[in-house]
Write a protein that binds this ligand. Structure first.
Ligand code: SF4
Ligand code: SF4
Length: 448
């Protein structure tokens, strides 16, 4: 196939989405919600402008190898803040991934992105890479490098350093003494709520294994039986986000087979971006022999906050802290989970919630955005961290590893500040003080 033929066939793949592209009525409601449009003021960096570019390719008015298509689709965060405000229901995230697949076929992403995606797709290599990253993190050299290197060199070090367990600032008593008040008695058995399999994930298990363990414990306290599922791996979200749909499909097939073979009621995900990817496995694998099973698995996927909220959740003991909840875009905009995380926070007595200015806006982490658009991503991250500092919170709560590292890394580069924790880490701490879960081991290897 010649290069023009190949490009024509890719444009044809995007043409299959013509109906969705035509759904855009150019009303512009999405423009103020778009972080790149708000910052750059360029119509081509808005959802409407990007849809227009994709439609121009389908209609043959723009070549699929056009630099304009590359630049403006690349610059999109994929935050999907444009979806809930769209009166026409344009499936923007789905179209973006298809558009990026067209771009990727013509121009490879940076070497750092290709390397990372290749590592994540190989479980043994990924396991060795995470072990190395945890070792480096434990030396505290990344934290030092983040403080002394110029910002553009220190970003990756800061992100790695910020993935370490955070110290929880606590006022009003120490664990196991005065703080152990409120909440149910440890031997009160919760009602049974079903069997749950958990996606361990790649970054999540590699650098945030403690969040996965906290998820298992908090689900257990709320009556869910967590069952192990072997053969699972990376969900493929980062591959799809980067336009590598074939790579994403290969990873999705593996997870569909693993979770499809398990007899569970729910598949629990505690990383918002991975949750969206798994909920969209049916569309990703449309036409594939695994499509029916993919749709069946996708229908059972729930964010951990949703499962906990369904259970109440059970209240824990007092944790006195000023907290700011920063909802991950893929939880709020793409999964529509606006209430469940707040219900989880409400189960922790003693928290003082601080409102966060523009909380619903992306933090600039956006998957691999830090590698591809460090400057714009850093600018958006600075705005988020400015809002966090202004809130007066001493703990920032999030629910996605990318957001965790973007916010934590930006805070570190700016001289430190509030601790960053996952929602279930905070609930787990509250349960630990209530005696509902055991204390974590004090020694041992850093498992994240
Ligand atoms: S996904 Fe986010 S950055 Fe991209 S067009 Fe939509 S609102 Fe803008
Ligand atoms: S809100 Fe929806 S219909 Fe309106 S311009 Fe944006 S994408 Fe198009």
């Amino acid at each position: 196939m010649t290069v023009p033929d190949a490009l024509a066939s890719l444009a044809g793949a995007l043409a299959a989405e013509e109906e969705s592209l035509l759904a855009c009525v150019h009303c512009g409601f999405c423009l103020p919600a778009c972080p790149t449009y708000v910052r750059l003021g360029d119509e081509a960096d808005s959802p409407r402008g990007r849809l227009y570019l994709m439609r121009a390719v389908v209609e043959g008015r723009l070549s699929p190898d056009s630099p304009a298509l590359h630049t403006h689709l690349d610059r999109c965060l994929g935050c999907r803040a444009c979806e809930p405000v769209c009166p026409s229901g344009v499936p923007y995230g789905h179209l973006l991934e298809r558009g990026r697949a067209v771009v990727r076929s013509h121009r490879s992403p940076p070497g750092s992105v290709r390397l990372l995606l290749a590592v994540l797709a190989r479980p043994l290599v990924a396991r060795a890479a995470w072990a190395l990253a945890r070792w480096a993190r434990a030396t505290r050299l990344p934290a030092l490098a983040a403080r002394v290197l110029p910002r553009r060199w220190g970003v990756s070090a800061a992100m790695l350093a910020s993935s370490a367990p955070a110290r929880l600032p606590v006022r009003g008593g120490s664990v196991g003494s005065a703080a152990r008040r409120g909440g149910p008695a440890p031997d009160d058995a919760p009602p049974e709520r079903g069997r749950v399999a958990m996606l361990r994930g790649c970054v999540q298990e590699g650098l945030f294994g403690r969040v996965n363990r906290a998820t298992e414990r908090t689900l257990g306290v709320n009556g869910y039986q967590v069952v192990p599922v072997s053969g699972q791996g990376c969900c493929g979200a980062l591959h799809a986000h980067a336009g590598d749909l074939e790579g994403a499909r290969a990873l999705a097939r593996r997870n569909v087979a693993a979770f499809g073979a398990s007899s569970v009621d729910f598949v629990c995900v505690n990383a918002a971006g991975c949750g969206v990817a798994m909920r969209e496995y049916g569309e990703l694998l449309a036409g594939d022999p695994s499509e029916p099973q993919a749709r069946e698995v996708a229908a059972r996927v729930r964010d951990v906050s949703h499962l906990l909220a369904e259970a109440g959740p059970r209240p824990g003991a007092v944790v006195e802290a000023r907290v700011a909840w920063d909802p991950p875009c893929h939880l709020l905009h793409a999964q529509g989970e606006d209430r469940a995380p707040l219900q989880v926070l409400d189960a922790i007595p003693g928290l003082a919630r601080r409102p966060l200015f523009r909380a619903s806006e992306c933090c600039g982490g956006a998957g691999l955005y830090g590698l591809t658009h460090a400057e714009l991503g850093g600018h958006i991250g600075d705005d988020k961290v400015g809002a966090i500092r202004a809130s007066g919170a001493d703990v920032v709560v999030t629910a996605n590893p990318g957001c965790h590292m973007q916010i934590g890394g930006t805070l570190l580069l700016g001289g430190g500040g509030p601790s960053v924790v996952h929602l279930v880490e905070l609930l787990d701490e509250s349960y630990r003080r209530a005696g509902l879960v055991p204390d974590p081991p004090k020694r041992g290897r850093d498992r994240g």
